[in-house]
Design a protein around this ligand. Structure first.
Ligand code: NDP
Length: 371
């Protein structure tokens, strides 16, 4: 069963990822498309909001099975998307391999080479730094939040990251570069803990290059502890928590554990990983909080830059894209923070992000007339 929710196109073509996971249903697609609308508005680029996916489980499938699935999926979806209509991208279960197969099928059916997908391979219109963008952007946002609100940074902080996919992996790399130590990471089977820090190259080898389980890490670093329950990661003592796996992965009990362990900041790499109760608990306890629609906007931001490069038939260097990403993520934090302060509570970045994102969309909708 597959879905595409085209939520809002007031400020640009619908834009949002495609998720391939057995849990996909209409309700999840709708909340993600709604969030995406406000997130895309926060990027400052001309992109509306959408989201899609299928309850197909890509785990354990061969490359050929994945290719055939992606081709069948686009054989139906192609009539609803287009570079100026709706531009899908990756999400859970959809990386560069899947985007490549989907783009290829679209091109085959339409006989046109356009920027209809983002997250494409570099050889056919992809942007440098797109794979890294969400994880790096999350860290740029969080570092700015730490600097402005607590006059500190990632340096010498203990960090836990849930998940070990696209977002989690590049967050690990950037946290390490910024001087923090990632002591725990997970996949849906469990989590690993190593107080000396987790090695980005090894995670990349296990998860991206070989699509294996995270407990393989123990073959490289035998002193690492593996716990076969991914939920328990939130009981690990840390200064900063970056949930980067999936929705509702931090509930109120997990939030209480994090606060009891004196967590300084929680920033969402995944979409809505904290339940509403957990979010409110963090805000009430003055934990610095980066809501997903702002903190993980780096992915779609660089997707927007990929669309610009495609339109201009140009490609920018890694450094150029990374610099634009960093500047814009810091700008998003400042906009959200100033808005939250203006409405009475600087710790309520959820309020700040919702109001900032909503205003632009609402203004555009009103200006275009109501029907
Ligand atoms: P990936 O498929 O690359 O990785 C997902 C990771 O999360 C995997 O390690 C997976 O483990 C783990 N995971 C999934 N479900 C659970 C669970 N119930 N408990 C613990 N771990 C779980 O996806 P992405 O990294 O692309 O996406 C992660 C999140 O970030 C999603 O919420 C997505 O919407 C959001 N996001 C992604 C963006 C992007 O650019 N990719 C942009 C903005 C937001 P396993 O392998 O065992 O399934």
């Amino acid at each position: 069963r597959a879905f595409r929710v085209q939520f809002n196109s007031a400020i640009g073509p619908y834009k949002g990822g495609i998720r391939l996971h057995p849990s996909v249903n209409q309700s999840i697609m709708k909340f993600l498309a709604f969030e995406q609308t406000l997130k895309n508005s926060l990027t400052g680029l001309a992109m509306g909001g959408g989201k899609g996916g299928c309850d197909f489980d890509p785990k354990g499938k061969s490359d050929v099975e994945i290719m055939h699935f992606c081709q069948s999926f686009i054989t139906e979806l192609f009539r609803h998307i287009g570079a100026d209509t709706d531009v899908p991208a990756g999400d859970i279960g959809t990386g560069a391999r899947e985007v490549g197969y989907m783009f290829g099928q679209y091109k085959r059916l339409k006989n046109e080479f356009t920027g209809v997908f983002t997250g494409k391979g570099l050889a056919f219109g992809g942007s440098l730094a797109r794979p890294e963008a969400t994880g790096y952007g999350l860290c740029y946002f969080t570092n700015k939040m730490l600097e402005v609100m607590k006059q500190t940074s990632f340096k010498d902080k203990k960090v836990i990251i849930s998940g070990s996919g696209n977002v989690a992996m590049y967050a690990l790399q950037k946290v390490t570069e910024l001087g923090g130590t990632v002591v725990a990471m997970s996949d849906s089977g469990g989590y690993i803990y190593n107080e000396n820090g987790i090695d980005f190259e090894v995670i990349k080898e296990i998860k991206l290059n070989n699509r294996l389980r995270i407990n393989e890490y123990l073959k490289y670093y035998p002193e690492t502890v593996y716990v076969a329950n991914s939920k328990e990661i939130w009981g690990v003592k840390c200064d900063i928590a970056l949930p980067c796996a999936t929705q509702n992965e931090i509930d109120i009990e997990d939030a209480e554990k994090l606060v009891a362990n004196n967590v300084l900041a929680v920033a969402e790499g995944a979409n809505m990983p904290c339940t509403l109760e957990a979010t409110n608990y963090f805000i009430e306890n003055n934990v610095l909080y980066g809501p997903a629609k702002a903190a993980n906007a780096g992915g779609v931001l660089v997707s927007g830059l990929e669309m610009s490069q495609n339109s201009m038939r140009l490609s920018w260097s890694f450094e150029e894209v990374d610099e634009k990403l960093k500047n814009q993520m810091e700008k998003i934090f400042m906009e959200v923070y100033e808005c939250a302060k203006h409405y009475g509570n600087e710790y309520n970045t959820v309020l700040g992000a919702n109001i900032s994102g909503f205003k632009k969309v609402a203004t555009a909708m009103m200006a275009q007339g109501v029907c």
